[in-house]
Design a binder for this molecule. Structure first.
Ligand code: ZN
Length: 85
């Protein structure tokens, strides 16, 4: 059974939050921009490899995946059900 990992969705969410936080804190220290960049790159790598429809590799944004964790959700590309574990 193909599925998307719940932990990886959470990790993606945390990476986005951290990136945004670091970006906000560049007001205090501009070197945090560097860390913000690392988090965003890490997110894109995770997104490209793991946060895709397991059936057709179609892109699903993070909000939809967060929703899919608690609801029945179908891929908008291939119509297959996205199973989150
Ligand atoms: Zn699909």
């Amino acid at each position: 059974m193909k599925f998307i990992s719940r932990n990886q969705i959470n990790l993606g969410f945390v990476l986005i939050i951290l990136s945004g936080l670091m970006l906000g804190l560049t007001i205090i220290n501009w070197t945090l921009l560097f860390f913000s960049g690392i988090f965003i790159v890490a997110y894109f790598i995770l997104d490209k490899n793991k946060l895709r429809c397991p059936h057709c590799k179609g892109f699903e944004n993070l909000e939809r995946l967060m929703y899919a964790k608690n609801h029945v959700h179908y891929c908008r590309h291939c119509g297959e059900r996205l199973v989150i574990r």
